[in-house]
Design a protein around this ligand. Sequence first.
Ligand SMILES: [Zn+2]
Length: 1043
Amino acid sequence: MNVNQQPHMASPYGQPQSGYQGYQQTGYGNQHVPGGYPTPYAPYNGPASTYQPAPPTVSQASASAAYTPSAPSSFAPSSAVHSQPLPPDSVAQTAPQPFYGAPPTPPQPFPGAAPPFSAAGPAQPPAPPLGSQQSFSQAHPPSQPQFTSAPPPVSTASYGGPPPTTQASHPRAPPLTSQPSTFSGGPPPTSSPSQYPQPMPQQPPVSQPNPFHSGPPQPTTAAGFPPQGGPPLRVPHPGVQGPPMTSQGPPTSQTNHVAPPQPGMLPGPPPVNMAGPPIQVIEDDKLNKGNEPFVTGVRGQVPPLVTTKFQVKDQGNASPRFIRCTAYNMPCTSDMAKQSQVPLAAVIKPLATLPLDENGPYIVDHGESGPIRCNRCKAYMCPYMQFIEGGRRFQCGFCSCVTEVPPHYFQHLDHTGKRVDCYDRPELSMGSYEFLATVDYCKNNKIPQPPAFIFLIDVSYNAVKNGMVAIVCQELKTLLDYLPRENPNVASNIRVGFVTYNKVLHFYNVKASLAQPQMMVVSDVADMFVPLLDGFLVNVAESRVVIESLLDQIPDMFADTRETETVFGPVIQAGLEALKAADCAGKLFVFHSSLPIAEAPGKLKNREDKKLVGTDKEKSLFQAQVSFYSNLAKECVAQGCCVDLFLFPNQYVDVATLGVVPTSTGGSIYKYTYFQGQADQERFLNDLRKDVQKQMGFDAVMRVRTSTGIRPTDFFGSFYMSNTTDVELAGLDCDKTVTVEFKHDDKLSEETGALMQCAVLYTSCSGQRRLRVHNMAVNCCTQLADLYRNCETDTIINYFAKYAYRGVLNNPTKNVRDSLINQCAQILACYRKNCASPSSAGQLILPECMKLLPVYLNCVLKSDILHPGADISLDDRAYLRQLVSAMDVAESHAFFYPRLLPVHKLNVEGNALPVAVRDSEERLSKGGVYLLETGLNLFLWVGANAQQELLQNIFGAPAFSQIDPNMTSLPILDNPYSKRLREIIESFRAQRSRYMKLMVVKQEDKLELIFKHFLVEDKNNSGGASYVDFLCHMHKEIRQLLS
Ligand SMILES: [Zn+2]
């Protein structure tokens, strides 16, 4: 136990959490959802047919007749409010009603018994895996490299691509004990000869790592080998590298020697299935780590890669689905951290959806006095608290302060010092769980109202003409039956409201007692307010007939509109004011089509200027053009008003500015450029359905606490911060991540490791206040080699991308790129200098777990944000920048290094996918068909010589020339191949938070240009380097640093 009590810890952590203070106690916290986290909702099955829409009666006619959008001032000039009774006899309400909306459902009695939790007992830490690193001596290329940034002279012209990999004489990987490491990290065909003759003796097993909660941690072995993740044995297979380490080899000799491309050299080892570095690493990880569950009871284990399918067993640390770290063995000192330049960060996805075979966090109720916490740093009860004095007190793992155990929580200790109820209590034995929060944790000391969803629909000319209005209204009629709920058997208590707008706003009264909806127009958009309270936010079931009628009428009412101008600021203000009036949190769904040029707060002008790209002023393109929206965002966050924006632009709409509110409130932006009803509705509707139904929390505050020695210093994601510690999220859905960077403020200890606890306070969709807690412990090291052996490159890239994408707001993109290259060069140079065995300066030596750093880094550098081509719009760049800022590691991986599957090799018998190939044109065979997936896009590339049978099976077309390149879905054909391919496409879509539209790309077709943009190992049109060139460049940088 670390008993080092540093007074400085008190300042950031010693205070009661802002926003939680001073609340009085009441008996909140007795709502309980049996079985913990709710089961997933039933899939959305299309229209419900149990009700009859009210016929669009007379009232519709009167509404459209009475409504003159272009001349709102003809109504009641003295007031901005015009009530327009849709049915002749209804009376518009403008006075606030005392009671707003339906009361929350009565709390269900909480079964007083212990939480429904049974742990499987203490985890046997997995057998110590053998080292996954490798060392081999490099066969020196005859002449040491000309490391210039010029591509090596190679046979294929356009991609610096090596000759085909069919050359024969490469040694097959011999069996495990003598297997030479065949790192093909360099471009294989151009790398130096691949005979790495040095055999790799076995490494002795590392010491058994300790579960962090069982007594004092044991010191690591003398050699400093940290516990390694993964199964105990590596299964040898051809092309797999990295036999176990030798016992003689000090950690510093564990290296990857990558021979940079050498013109005229023999190609590297024969890639298996044409696999290259990323593919091989991904496949190795699947083989080594995908076969048994990842058990989280061992501190500092590097989890399987995001591309590996694996099961997680929570035995004391948060699942990697919730938290992934850049380093699982942090340097003990800040000097070491600075020397290595390895970023210390965690990518946290607090509400991540878990696979069906994994249990979600259990719900824990500590009673009326609320969750038990450290008196000093306020950390929540967790497995890192050490019970002492027979169980009467506990010492905090974060700040070492000793706190009394309240009598109702007392329990005896066993002979090892563990509480005897340890495994009956999630908060003592698991990495993730939820506390029921008491009223102390509620805003204004009041139990929250259930949240509300407000739909705000642009009904200007463009929005009507492209079909958006009709599609949204039609869809909402059924989608409203699938609002999020915690218990699938109980109706959602989320209330809904509707607004349409162009230059003016139309509010709708859809109170259940009305025969027809009523419209109220607010034309004074300068000072937005909500003209009605009673009847605006309603329960769907109660007001179904009126809502149905409204959604039927809206498309007709605006069918002939000629209004082209829109407002945007007042639209969000309207939603915000409605939530304020209802005293609840919620989400706005804004469906918007154009640049808001109408006279109103938040009015924008067209500032699109592509000439700024590449200049020092480029950064202004990513900044908001007015400060209005950041102020509005602040107000939204204070209310718990999350904003999701669906854009349907035909031209520049200034996403950089319109996106400010969504990205500050935990919201999402969706963009459907040149939206056309028929062609694009599938993607839009799938996105909308997912977005409306997804699990989310409202009015959330996230705080990350750490043990003495490090602290969170920087945060990335879609949120707002009004101080340096609290991440405020008006909404937080299951797809959003927050990336947290840590810096040292003291020394860390190898013995205790470094601890972090992420606590998210939020209101569930049923209106229950909860605290979700994720705990994570990592190791700490005094040897750089230990750090370099326990990094996670995909997470490092996720962090770097977010860091760089934020950097472009204030710096020229060139500077951002340069500093990124420089930092990575320093990381690798530090490794080379301090950890790698001596070798020729001509070799590029990479740590095993960073083998892919250069190839992925190049993808970030040449991405549309940092290195745009002429064909990408400013709006798309702003959009992608905002998107990446909240991405998890799996999504950023696919985004930067898309998955490319040779589907002509598909085996229709089994479930296995064909092994992916590298993202390079030279990997494409003319006779093949490939599926490329980026997380946002899906392409099916068809080679010109693809076999007739294959084309018949996929497309039902007898010849290449007869394939229709405009199809967006594959025909449903009755053959196993077609069936399997469509299944794969659906499974890819199911894995991503956004729907991927399928594009069929025929070789040599004009669409191929778009497809080739994603072949990220190749040089691209905008001057982005090929992997080969970039590797040479990196090597040059590293050598400069070392000399
Ligand atoms: Zn503490």
